[in-house]
Design a protein around this ligand. Structure first.
Ligand SMILES: Nc1ncnc2c1ncn2[C@@H]1O[C@H](COP(=O)(O)OP(=O)(O)O)[C@@H](O)[C@H]1O
Ligand SMILES: [Mg+2]
Length: 296
């Protein structure tokens, strides 16, 4: 007999109260205080999209703007590591339907709203799916789950008042990108690429996605990363490892501005690995991204 059906005076197996998960509310209420929402996208992985997104957020914060970054790369969240905030668990606040804080000792009801509080470091508000998973844990999402997780990171976070919210997009141009881009009031996108042909081929897909009539989002321009390598001991030498002016040509083809060129520098890689992004200090990436800031 199902214990839930037992209606006698004594129930040896009293039914446990069923816990209902709170409904996820995907409205755009928490983005109301955000002035500009900018996706940092790339067709290909490994071109430095997260490096650029993290350093751009820090550069903008150094310039005095209020900045947040949502790490929407559900498959390879790298913001916690790059910012040295790994292992931090964002606080969750619970409100009732009217927006009044829910008492901590009361069981959460389906009408409650749960909101993530972003992690603050280097003057930037960070939120990542990586905060909710162990670093070595592979995140295997099916399409709809990935889309939901992604929207939670952006739409269920208490961003407060921001001048800029950057979104580190997953690489590619698949269904989850289209779903994300449609559900978030994007101001526009920055496309990151290296100058090499295989990366540029994917840039075209990215441009076409944002320009697709059903999506139709503004593209601020292309930001070239790993434009050249300069060794520390030969500061005047530039080695064009991934090709020369590839992004400039792509910009001409699609009538887009070239937002800047970031050199390949050992300190940029080290800063990312150590959780102290290079843009915290003056140097080549801060200089390049200061120029980008003026164009956003
Ligand atoms: N300008 C650069 N100079 C040196 N290393 C870089 C630069 N940009 C990115 N990297 C390194 O390249 C790797 C890939 O960058 P990442 O930002 O994770 O790419 P993506 O997010 O596009 O997959 C990382 O190890 C990062 O530190
Ligand atoms: Mg990345």
């Amino acid at each position: 007999m199902d214990p839930n059906e037992f209606r006698g005076p004594y129930n040896p197996n009293p039914p446990k109260p069923k816990k209902q998960a709170p409904v996820i509310h995907f409205d755009q209420e928490l983005l109301q205080g955000v002035d500009k929402i900018i996706a940092v996208a790339s067709g290909k992985g490994g071109v430095g999209k997260s490096t650029v997104a993290v350093n751009l957020a820090i550069t903008m914060a150094r310039l005095g703007y209020k900045v947040g970054l949502a790490d929407a790369d559900v498959y390879g969240p790298s913001v916690p590591k790059m910012t040295g905030t790994e292992g931090t668990m964002p606080r969750v606040e619970v409100y009732d339907a009217e927006g009044t804080p829910w008492p901590e000792d009361r069981e959460i009801e389906p009408t409650c709203k749960e909101v993530f509080v972003p992690v603050v470091k280097y003057g930037v508000k960070w939120m990542s799916i990586g905060y909710f998973a162990a670093p070595e844990q592979a995140l295997i999402w099916r399409g709809p789950m990935a889309s939901t997780a992604l929207k939670q990171i952006v739409l269920q976070t208490a961003w407060g008042k921001l001048d800029y919210l950057f979104i580190d997009m997953p690489p590619g141009t698949g269904d989850i990108h289209i779903s994300l881009v449609n559900d978030i009031p994007l101001t526009g996108a920055i496309i990151v690429s290296t100058p090499q042909a295989v990366a540029l081929a994917d840039v075209e897909k990215g441009v076409n996605m944002f320009r697709n009539p059903q999506i139709d989002k503004h593209i601020f321009g292309i930001l070239e990363n790993m434009s050249w390598f300069t060794p520390e001991e030969l500061p005047d030498n530039r080695y064009y490892i991934f090709g020369h002016d590839g992004c400039a040509e792509m910009c001409r083809k699609y009538n887009l501005p070239l937002l800047g060129q970031i050199p390949l520098v050992q300190g940029i890689r080290e800063g990312g690995d150590e959780g102290t992004p290079a843009a915290l200090h003056d140097g080549p990436i801060f200089d390049a991204l200061k120029g980008v800031a003026k164009m956003l």
